[in-house]
Write a protein that binds this ligand. Sequence first.
Ligand code: FMN
Length: 361
Amino acid sequence: MQEQSNANLFDAASLGAIELNNRIIMAPMTRSRAIGNLPNDLVSTYYEQRASAGLIITEGVAPSPNGLGYARIPGIFNAAQTAAWSKVAVNIHKAGGKAFVQLMHTGRVSHPANMPEGTVVLAPSAIRSADNIWTDTQGMQPLPVPKAMSLDDIKETIEEFARAAENAIVAGFDGIELHGANGYLLEQFLNPHVNQRDDAYGGSIEARASFVLEAVKAVANRIGAQKVGIRLSPYNQYNDMPAYESTYATYDYLSRELQQLGIAYIHLIDYAARSSEEGLKLIDTIRANFTNTLILNGGYTIERATEALKTGQADLISFGAPFIANPNLPHKLRTGAPLATADTNLFFTAGAEGYVDYPAN
Ligand SMILES: Cc1cc2nc3c(=O)[nH]c(=O)nc-3n(C[C@H](O)[C@H](O)[C@H](O)COP(=O)(O)O)c2cc1C
């Protein structure tokens, strides 16, 4: 049984070592405005407009050139990118907000046409996703067969996560979130249909989880566990991730290990889990296994979010799409103002339209 709580969405909360003004978190959202993989003034304005969130979690940001699988996504692996992100961090803080960078390595969900010279599409095994992907130069393309990562690739990629996390802190961010959800590289290691390795990184639950846990450890050692969160999406099938029998056991194990590592939070996308009894039980199990902050996400309304805090199911709730068309979402939720709906055709387009032109109130 979870404990009842009097917490309210508009109350302050602590997260790791920082204080948040409220419990309404802006979920990470790729918006594809980072021409040349650099966040520009438009990106800075977009986040500044949304700084009334208790915490902004940025769009997925690549920790390495190999992780730049989509068109116009930003990186944080070199000095120019780190400097560009530092302007964003300063502006969010000036506006009273807090922010974590989401480190997203796209793994096999990557197309060479989107990636710089000399990069490789990497994955745990040479198993392609059956999906197609957008490229600016060739339109929609089938995803390629990735290269199965060698042990050296694994070592280097983990080090890239650690360096990118360090860059995020140098840039002035409050922490980083590892993107372990939605079928990108970290989740590719967890799923036994996508990870068919027969070495220390594949096979048993412990082996499949080891890449994720080593990445968490490396990042936590570099910047401090209190500045690290991870996003997970058990039962996710997006990005051609087939269902598997040991999902419950995998995330039960993973959440117990994450507890040992003492990171600040788990950010759980719970909508796929909520479609089965076993998944519902898993949400409670993760809550019980992991005693630091739990953020829940996936189609939350103010009513569901309030209920989840009251029943102690979560400490914080993140909102994705509602933040796109409602930059000052906390104010709207507090006053009960009607929410505007975002234009989905402009989610991933390059310009200002559908990005920084939604009115604040
Ligand atoms: C335009 C768009 C881009 C997204 N990009 C990311 C991303 O980069 N990283 C991530 O973890 N989730 C991403 N998501 C998923 C959201 O963070 C969130 O999980 C999802 O929208 C469900 O929450 P909601 O119902 O409050 O919108 C994206 C969602 C949208 C709508």
